[in-house]
Design a binder for this molecule. Structure first.
Ligand SMILES: NC(=O)c1ccc[n+]([C@@H]2O[C@H](COP(=O)([O-])OP(=O)(O)OC[C@H]3O[C@@H](n4cnc5c(N)ncnc54)[C@H](O)[C@@H]3O)[C@@H](O)[C@H]2O)c1
Ligand SMILES: CC(C)[C@H](C(=O)O)[C@@H](O)C(=O)O
Ligand SMILES: [Mg+2]
Length: 378
């Protein structure tokens, strides 16, 4: 197939990790006989420096004209004092909103080769396989009124029935196609929007009779997530809670650099690692590219509907980790590499279709749960 994919490298380690993931997409295209047209555009601080706008109109137009977007990260100390609409992060938020993306899928798996990479005990983390479904288009990030002065600052946390229902349905569908457990995380003991959230999740539950639904308060859930992660399957939550809980969940996996994400809901999907621009290691060939490479696998699966190719890329990552290869953030692995060398190893591990020993679906990172389930409500 032919596909147009926009690359948004962004800031800090963004260009380094996107470079490796884009090369993986090219390698998949070659192995499987596709033509991917990869075109770069500016976003974030890089775009502010070049144009004064963290999401230039040309970038948005290019994203809208492609089938999928792969983003690295935005932000960094150079832009921290810029006014809000010229901050790199505001460009990313505008992009998510403009593309109509409301469901952010953040899978968290603990790879058997990385059980010693986490500060948590392997008895706790072993076998963890979660899907965090984070609402992405509403809540505190976008709520009005918002204001700032030296004496008083305001943010607002609104949610409408429609916003809650549409993301909750994605989570229910995913749960139905996975291990049929859904935990909805809120703060209904304090927040009105959380009360509505809980009410709507309960209203939807009878339509998904196979799914066992529970509710949890975000404070105690934050503890449960890292003390008994195997108890959870799909985790549904609002925008800010999902942001925080997914970084916390990275501790289970072994590094923030490992976790991918897919943002869905509109005609064009956005794929990005959950980490930021990592200014402390930027430009040193030290960033872990796996989160971005696994995001590229999600892109193949969700936007291009190339499930076998997605599995092939996930299997390549799996094989490289099993061989003891990683970046320096993955403590305990035998062979430590830079970003580029690890990316190259992963590319070389991509197997063409029907290759001997490909065993794609068996890899530790293989998607669990039918993407069709998620699609039916997107
Ligand atoms: N989606 C995004 O673009 C995104 C996400 C989060 C943060 N940010 C922005 O990034 C900037 C830095 O934020 P931060 O430092 O709080 O968070 P961060 O995620 O950039 O970094 C947190 C820690 O994790 C490490 N880390 C992150 N990615 C890594 C990787 N791929 N490999 C190895 N280690 C990795 C970093 O070195 C750092 O020690 C801020 O401007 C923030 O707003 C952007
Ligand atoms: C950079 C920031 C706006 C972003 C968010 O909060 O959504 C990031 O933390 C993320 O997790 O993608
Ligand atoms: Mg975040």
């Amino acid at each position: 197939m032919e596909a147009r994919i926009t690359l948004l490298p962004g800031d800090g380690v963004g260009p380094e990790v996107v470079h490796e993931a884009a090369a993986c997409l090219t390698a998949v295209a070659k192995a499987y006989g596709h033509r991917f047209h990869l075109e770069e555009a500016l976003i974030g601080g890089a775009a502010v420096d070049a144009t004064g706008d963290p999401l230039p109109a040309a970038t948005l137009a290019r994203c809208q004209a492609s089938q999928a977007v792969l983003l690295g990260a935005v932000g960094g100390p150079a832009w921290d004092r810029h006014p809000r609409d010229q901050r790199p992060e505001s460009g990313l938020l505008r992009l998510r909103r403009s593309l109509g993306l409301y469901a952010n899928l953040r899978p968290v798996k603990v790879h058997p080769a990385l059980e010693d990479a986490s500060p948590l005990r392997p008895e706790v983390t072993h076998g963890t396989d979660l899907m965090i479904v984070r609402e992405l288009g509403g809540g505190l990030y976008f709520g009005e009124p918002r204001s700032f002065s030296d004496e008083r600052a305001v943010n607002t946390l609104p949610y409408t029935r429609t916003e809650i229902e549409q993301v909750a349905r994605v989570a229910f569908e995913l749960a139905a196609s996975r291990r049929r457990r859904l935990v909805s995380v809120d703060k209904a003991n304090v927040l009105e929007t959380s009360r509505l959230w809980r009410q709507i999740v309960d209203e939807l539950a009878p339509s998904y009779p196979t799914v066992q639904v529970t509710h949890a308060y975000v404070d105690s859930f934050a503890m449960a997530l890292i003390t008994r992660p195997r108890d959870f399957d799909v985790v549904l939550t609002e925008n800010l809670f999902g942001d925080i809980l997914s970084d916390e969940a990275a501790v289970l996996a072994g590094s923030l650099g490992l976790l991918p994400s897919a943002s869905l809901g509109g005609p064009v999907g956005l794929y990005e690692p959950i980490h930021g621009s990592a200014p402390d290691i930027a430009g040193r060939d030290a960033a872990n590219p796996i989160g971005t490479i696994l995001s590229a696998a999600m892109l193949l699966r969700h936007s291009l509907r190339l499930e076998t190719e997605a599995l092939a890329l996930e299997a390549a990552v799996d094989r490289v980790l099993k061989g003891g290869h990683g970046t320096s953030d993955l403590g305990g692995l035998k062979h430590q590499h830079g970003t580029r060398a690890l990316g190259e190893r992963i590319r070389e591990a991509i197997r063409p279709p029907r290759a001997k020993g490909a065993r794609l679906a068996d890899s530790a990172y293989a998607w669990c749960g039918s993407p069709e389930g998620a699609r039916s409500h997107l």
